[in-house]
Structure formats: structure tokens, C-alpha cells
Design a binder for this molecule. Structure first.
Ligand SMILES: [Fe+2]
Length: 281
């Protein structure tokens, strides 16, 4: 029987040079400290020798477009490519030194997709979409030079209204846990992004964060009180710069009622950086 053997969530712009430019020496120090904790989480994950790593992240309107905006999308196939963009955002330039191709765990990805549709999740699928910093910065920071197990990339629409609800993301996470439990594989799961920040899409608010809101989320994760998280509305998340917390909601659904340990939380004017790991039974 399969099992989730590791669960962690973390910010996904992990580039000291980017934060040096955006927030000066404090920015560099903060992201470096956060990255050290994520690397430690990666060592603990590698020690589990898991068969797969499920990565839940959001599309930054570079894998998909307004042509079609999937609420929840599972990447299937055998390999996934690192995204390459001619006019990459600064934080996607950091991908340049990373491997270009990653194995996909085809069996687990197909099971999440097929049984998800059977159980009422109208999932999108993709054979082609490449992965950007939201997937690869955390994955590579976790692994360093160690081998990366086959991935199951999953996209959540965090940006374009109407997004899936927090409750729906949580239920999808419960579905993922069920699929893992039914299968023969052990898997880690990470969710990336956040915490509070306002990306360029919300230009007037770039440089703000909502630390009070972050601390409420952290409290509920630490105590395993997941009911209040289910009631978070899209409007609340939007106003607090917590859009990417929907990725975290998928993970929380997969591990509920496990409690979280905060490995790192650091405030910057631009974003609150976080690394959180769940205590699994
Ligand atoms: Fe992001």
C-alpha cells in the first residue's frame, strides 16, 4: 500500500540575486536562510527514498494562457521540460543552470487524473506544458546535486477569477492522498508559492504584504485546525495577497489532520518567505 512520506510547502522565487535587487542585503539574507531550510527539508525527503514527488504549484500564465485556464491540471506523460522563455522574468532566469528534462511518474499521474475524473473532479490534463520556477526552484533547491525522483506536476489556477475554492483544493488533496494510499508507491508532496505578496499583476500593491493574515494561516496549520481554512474565500485570499495559498490547500487536504512545523518565516517588503513541513504519522 502506498503512503505519503513527506509533505512540505515553501515560497518559490528562490534567487538571492533577484532579492538582492528587489530588497537589498536583507532580501539576499532572507532568501538564503529560507533556501537553507528548504535544502534541509530536501535531505529529509531524499532519506525517505520516495518513488515520486508530487509538486502542486500555480501557472503564472506562461504554461497556459487566456486561451484556456485550467482550474486544476495534471501533467501526464513520461518527461516534463524546463520552461525556456525568450523574455523570461528575472526569477525564471534562475532556471538556466537547472536540468532541462525531468521524469514524470506516469503511473501516479495517470491514477490521480483518471480516478479524479471518476470521482467528480473535472481535471484538465497536459502532455506538453513545461514547468517554470514555481516547480523547479523548490525541487532543485531541495535536491541540490542528489537525484530528483519522478515528478507529478499539478497546476492550480491561483490568478484568474474564478479560481477553484479553498474547499475544492482541499478536497482534491484528499483525493490525491486516497490515490497514493490505493497504489503501490510512496510519494512526497510539496506545495509552492506565497506567502503574502502582490505580483506584478496587482501592480499598485507590489511591495505590500499582509503578515497578520500569514500568521493566522500559520496558526491553523500548526494546530491542525483545518476547518477555518476551508472557509477562506477567493476575495479574502486576493485582498491579503494569498492567492498562491490555494496550492497549499491541496497539500493540506492530502495530509489532514497533520500539524505543521514552520521551518522558516521571514518578512520582506516584497513577500513573506516561508518554509513549512508537516509531521506525518
Ligand atoms: Fe508565484
Amino acid at each position: 500500500m502506498g503512503r505519503i512520506v513527506f509533505a512540505g510547502a515553501m515560497s518559490h522565487v528562490l534567487d538571492p540575486d533577484y532579492y538582492q535587487r528587489a530588497c537589498g542585503a536583507l532580501g539576499r539574507r532572507t532568501v538564503e536562510e529560507c533556501m537553507r531550510e528548504i535544502a534541509g527539508m530536501g535531505e529529509r525527503f531524499s532519506a525517505t527514498k520516495a518513488d515520486a514527488l508530487i509538486v502542486v504549484a500555480d501557472d503564472h500564465l506562461n504554461a497556459f494562457s487566456f486561451n484556456a485556464v485550467p482550474a486544476l491540471c495534471v501533467r501526464i506523460g513520461r518527461h516534463v521540460q524546463r520552461m525556456s522563455q525568450d523574455h523570461a522574468e528575472a526569477f525564471d532566469k534562475v532556471l538556466d543552470h537547472m536540468p532541462e528534462r525531468y521524469a514524470v511518474h506516469e503511473g501516479l499521474a495517470n491514477a490521480i487524473l483518471e480516478r479524479g475524473v471518476e470521482r467528480g473532479f473535472d481535471l484538465a490534463l497536459s502532455w506538453e506544458a513545461p514547468v517554470d520556477h514555481a516547480f523547479l526552484s523548490p525541487v532543485n533547491t531541495m535536491h541540490g546535486t542528489r537525484p530528483i525522483p519522478p515528478l507529478v506536476p499539478i497546476w492550480v489556477n491561483c490568478f484568474v477569477a474564478p479560481q477553484p475554492t479553498a474547499r475544492r483544493c482541499f478536497a482534491f488533496g484528499q483525493h490525491i492522498a486516497q490515490v497514493v494510499a490505493e497504489g503501490p508507491w510512496t510519494a512526497g508532496i510539496i506545495a509552492t508559492g506565497g506567502l503574502s505578496h502582490f505580483p506584478e499583476l496587482s501592480l499598485p500593491r507590489v511591495g505590500e504584504t499582509d503578515t497578520v493574515f500569514d500568521r493566522r494561516l500559520i496558526h491553523w496549520m500548526e494546530t491542525g485546525e483545518h476547518e477555518p481554512l476551508l472557509g477562506l474565500t477567493g476575495d479574502e485570499l486576493h485582498k491579503a495577497g494569498e492567492h498562491e495559498f490555494l496550492n497549499w490547500m491541496v497539500l493540506i487536504g492530502a495530509v489532514t489532520p497533520a500539524r505543521a512545523d514552520v521551518r522558516y518565516f521571514g518578512e520582506l517588503p516584497r513577500i513573506n518567505m516561508a518554509a513549512v513541513e508537516w509531521r506525518l504519522a
